[in-house]
Design a protein around this ligand. Sequence first.
Ligand SMILES: C[S@@+](CC[C@H](N)C(=O)[O-])C[C@H]1O[C@@H](n2cnc3c(N)ncnc32)[C@H](O)[C@@H]1O
Length: 249
Amino acid sequence: MIASAEELFYRVFESMPRQGPGSVETTQKALDIIKKNRDYIDVIADIGCGSGGQTDVLLEQTNAQIIAIDNHQPFLDQLKGRNKAYGSRLYTLCEDMANLSVAPASCDVIWSEGAIYNIGFKHGLRSWQSFLKPGGFIAASEVVYLSDSQPEELRQFWENEYAEIDTIPNKIKAAEETGLRVIDAFVQPQSDWLEHFYEPMKKVLQSFRESPVKEPNIAVTAALLEEEIKIYEQYSDQFSYAFLIMKKV
Ligand SMILES: C[S@@+](CC[C@H](N)C(=O)[O-])C[C@H]1O[C@@H](n2cnc3c(N)ncnc32)[C@H](O)[C@@H]1O
């Protein structure tokens, strides 16, 4: 049976070590900021975890129970399969991040790398806060503009992709309007995009093209992803992901 462009999109992402820009160093840096501000971390919900590039770091660098949540079960299967040694410390949940069954006030930390945009930054922060214990933290990465004005082509691209993109000061303001206090924010390095995300993506697309099993729709999937890579390569000084570390006060 011929796979649709959407099925191939998932297959490409299932073949990659992570599904968004990031790195061990970036996850570690955000986690260290929380550790400096909280004596204990017993429960972490990792929302939109994908196949869990960041979850591996959270498992290794904390003793917390981790609830890894995504709406694509194959990503959760990969994560669980790779981390059997952690036993019940890692619990996976296939759910919609807009409608979670996580217990109210049960989490010390909510983690979300490259995923909150799916329900919108401000909406996500508002709804997920209810899962935090008093004084708990949300650590989320979000795409941001690095300056106040952008070339028209880039504006148009993001208008279509994610109109909620904004500058870091405006993201901090948005977070604080939801009642959270922003403890820290930092821009992720270009290596998080190129070395850890787009280089593996290019290799996977190449392997699909060279595969003896020809998928007619791979050209459609590849064209969309390659357009995204081109925009990043052209405008990498204009936008990035920023990590925001926020506290429930
Ligand atoms: C850009 S990926 C980031 C994955 C991972 N955190 C990382 O950085 O590698 C976004 C993830 O959100 C998941 N996702 C998208 N919409 C979702 C929803 N409504 N509920 C739960 N997960 C969702 C996708 O399946 C995907 O794994």
